[in-house]
Write a protein of this length. Structure first.
Ligand code: FAD
Length: 506
C-alpha cells in the first residue's frame, strides 16, 4: 500500500478527466488521474475484431476545422497535430431516412449550405428553415465557451426553451421538424422536452464541420495522456477509487481497491455524480444536494452491433444514417414497443485502409431500456469475452442481434452475405465499462421544463471537490471538452486562463 500526495487528483480518465488533467498539469499543478479500467478514455475506448477497430462512444466529432472551437481547444491542449481525421461528406454528413418515405434528407456542413440544401428539399419551408438556422447560431453563440469566452452575460433561461417549443413556433410541417431533429437520436435530443440549447450545441457543432477519427477515438485519449505526462502528470489504470477520507468538511484523500491512498488539495470527479456521492459518503453532503443528484434521470441506453465486412464487399459511406420507422417515431423513439424493436437506428461506417471506397466495418446502434437486461443486473463484466455472463444472456444477445440485422436488411437486402463477423453490446456493457447508471448513453437527461433541476454544475457542497464530464453541463466530445474548461476555470485565474486559451490561432 502506498500513500501519495498531489495538488489535484482526478477520478476517472474519461475525456472530461483527461482534459482537466492536461489543463491543470499545463498550469504547473501536480496532477494524478485514476482510472478503474484497463484502457483509459471511458467512452473514447476502442476494441478490435478481425483487425477492424471499433469505437464504443464516438462516431463523429464536430467543430474541428481550423479556427473552430474544438480545434482551438485541442490546439491549446497540444493534441490537434496528433489526430488523424477524415472530414465527412460536406453535402450530407448525416442522412435522415424513413421506412415510409423514399426521400433521403441530408444535413450539409456550413450553416448556409445546411439551410439551402434543406430548403431545396422543402421549398415551401424556406423561411422557416432560415429562421431555424438563425436560432441555432444565436443559441450556440449565447454559450460563451462555444466562442472561447468566459462572459458573465450567459442567460441560463435559454435552457427553458424545448426543442418542440422552438420547432412548433417555426413550422407546422411535421416532416421538416423530424428531419431537423433526426440526428438528435444519437445525442439524446429526440424528446419533446429536451432543451433546444442541447440540440443546438450538438447539431451546431456538426454543421460547422463533421469529422471521423481514423482508427478510432482512442487516439484522442493517447494524445491527451501523452500531454499529461509531458507536463509531469501521472495516470494509473486498473485503479478504482472506492472510498474517501473527509476531514473538516474537506476531501482529504481517496483510496483505491488495493488500499493505496491519494491525498490532494483539490479533487475532480469525472464519474457518474451518483457514484461520486456514494464513494465520498452521503453523510458529507446536505440532504437537498443528495436529493438533487439522486433525482436525475439517466438517458436511455443502447444496443449496438459491430459488423466487420468481407474484403471490398460493402461500399464505404462517408456519412451516418439515422433511420426511423415513420415520422411519429422520431420524438417517441425512447418509447419503442418491444414487439417492433428496433424501430429506429443509427449506422456509422469506417473505411478500409487499403481500399478507401470500401467499408471495413459498420456500427449499428439502437435504443434499449435497461429493463431488458435486468435479469443479468447482478452480473458484472469488463472482459473481452461477454460469454462470461451466462449462456442465457448470450442466447438473448444472439436473438436481439438477429432481430436488429433483419431490420437493417430492409435497407440493405444483401448485407448478410457481406458480413465477416458480427458482435454486439448491450446496456450492461456501458454500465460496467463506464460506470454509468443503467448504461446511460449520455449521463443524465436535461429537461427544459425544469432546467435548473437537471443542469448540474461543477461545484459541489464539498469546497475542494469539483465535477466534470457528460453529466455536468453538456455531453459529447465538444460538450465535455468545453465543460472541462469550465471546471478548470473555477480552479485557475479566470482571465489568465482565458488569455492562454484565446491565444491559440483562430
Ligand atoms: C454509444 C455512444 C455513442 C456516442 N457517440 C458520440 C459521437 O459520435 N460524438 C460525440 O461527440 N459524442 C459521442 N458520445 C458521447 C461521448 O463519448 C461522451 O459524452 C464523452 O466521451 C463522455 O466523457 P466523460 O468525461 O463524461 O467520461 P466517461 O466517458 O463517462 O468516462 C468516465 C471514466 O471514469 C471511469 N470510472 C468510473 N468509476 C470509476 C472509479 N470509481 N474509479 C476510477 N475510475 C472510474 C470509467 O471507467 C471511465 O473511464 C457517444 C456516447 C455513446 C455511449
Amino acid at each position: 500500500m502506498t500513500a501519495r500526495k498531489y495538488d489535484i487528483v482526478i477520478i476517472g480518465s474519461g475525456l472530461g478527466g483527461l482534459v482537466c488533467g492536461v489543463v491543470m498539469a499545463k498550469e504547473g499543478k501536480k496532477v494524478c488521474v485514476l482510472e478503474k479500467n484497463i484502457q483509459y478514455g471511458g467512452n473514447l475506448q476502442t476494441f478490435s475484431r478481425n483487425k477492424a477497430i471499433f469505437d464504443t462512444g464516438v462516431h463523429y466529432i464536430g467543430s474541428l476545422e481550423k479556427g473552430q472551437n474544438l480545434h482551438r481547444y485541442f490546439e491549446y491542449l497540444g493534441i490537434m497535430k496528433e489526430l488523424k481525421l477524415l472530414q465527412m461528406d460536406k453535402d450530407g454528413y448525416d442522412l435522415i431516412t424513413f421506412d415510409d418515405d423514399e426521400t433521403v434528407y441530408r444535413h450539409a456542413q456550413g450553416f448556409e449550405v445546411f439551410g439551402q440544401s434543406l430548403a431545396d428539399q422543402f421549398p415551401e419551408e424556406k423561411e422557416a428553415i432560415e429562421k431555424y438556422v438563425k436560432k441555432l447560431v444565436e443559441t450556440c453563440e449565447s454559450f460563451p465557451l462555444f466562442k472561447l469566452k468566459f462572459d458573465t452575460n450567459y442567460n441560463p433561461s435559454i435552457m427553458e426553451e424545448s426543442v418542440s417549443d422552438v420547432l412548433n413556433s417555426l413550422t407546422t410541417n411535421e416532416r421538416l421538424k423530424v428531419v431537423l431533429l433526426g440526428s438528435g437520436f444519437l445525442y439524446g435530443s429526440v424528446k419533446p422536452n429536451t432543451p433546444f440549447a442541447v440540440h443546438a450545441l450538438s447539431v451546431g457543432s456538426y454543421i460547422q464541420s463533421a469529422w471521423r477519427c481514423i482508427n478510432g477515438g482512442s487516439q484522442i485519449t493517447k494524445a491527451l495522456v501523452k500531454q499529461l505526462r509531458n507536463h509531469g502528470g501521472e495516470i494509473y489504470k486498473r485503479t478504482e477509487v472506492i472510498r474517501a477520507e473527509v476531514e473538516n468538511e474537506r476531501l482529504k484523500a481517496v483510496f483505491d481497491q488495493n488500499g493505496n491512498r491519494y491525498e490532494a488539495e483539490t479533487f475532480i470527479s469525472n464519474i457518474d455524480p451518483k457514484l461520486t456521492l456514494k464513494i465520498i459518503g452521503k453523510q458529507h453532503f446536505k440532504k437537498n444536494y443528495i436529493n438533487r443528484i439522486e433525482n436525475q434521470t439517466p438517458y436511455i441506453s443502447v444496443f449496438s452491433l459491430y459488423i466487420v465486412f468481407k474484403k471490398e464487399a460493402f461500399p464505404y459511406r462517408n456519412h451516418n444514417i439515422y433511420h426511423f420507422r415513420n415520422q411519429e417515431n422520431v420524438l417517441a423513439a425512447t418509447n419503442y414497443t418491444p414487439a417492433e424493436w428496433p424501430e429506429n437506428y443509427m449506422l456509422s461506417f469506417a473505411p478500409s485502409h487499403k481500399q478507401k471506397d470500401s467499408a471495413e466495418s459498420m456500427t449499428a446502434l439502437t435504443y434499449m431500456h435497461f429493463d431488458e437486461v435486468k435479469e443479468w443486473e447482478a452480473t458484472f463484466n469488463t472482459a473481452a469475452d461477454e460469454n462470461i455472463r451466462s449462456e442465457r444472456y448470450q442466447q438473448w444477445k444472439n436473438e436481439k442481434t438477429e432481430q436488429f440485422l433483419r431490420k437493417i436488411e430492409k435497407k440493405y437486402p444483401d448485407i448478410r452475405e457481406k458480413i465477416l463477423s458480427i458482435d454486439a453490446s448491450s446496456p450492461l456493457s456501458y454500465r460496467d465499462y463506464i460506470g454509468v447508471e443503467n448504461g446511460s448513453l449520455y449521463g443524465y437527461e436535461k429537461d427544459a421544463s425544469n432546467p435548473f433541476r437537471t443542469m448540474l454544475t461543477p461545484q459541489t457542497k464539498i469546497p475542494n471537490l469539483w465535477l466534470t464530464g457528460q453529466s455536468i453541463n453538456m455531453h459529447g466530445i465538444v460538450g465535455v471538452t468545453i465543460g472541462a474548461m469550465l471546471t478548470c476555470k473555477y480552479l485557475l485565474d479566470e482571465q489568465e486562463f482565458l488569455a492562454k486559451l484565446t491565444a491559440t490561432a483562430p
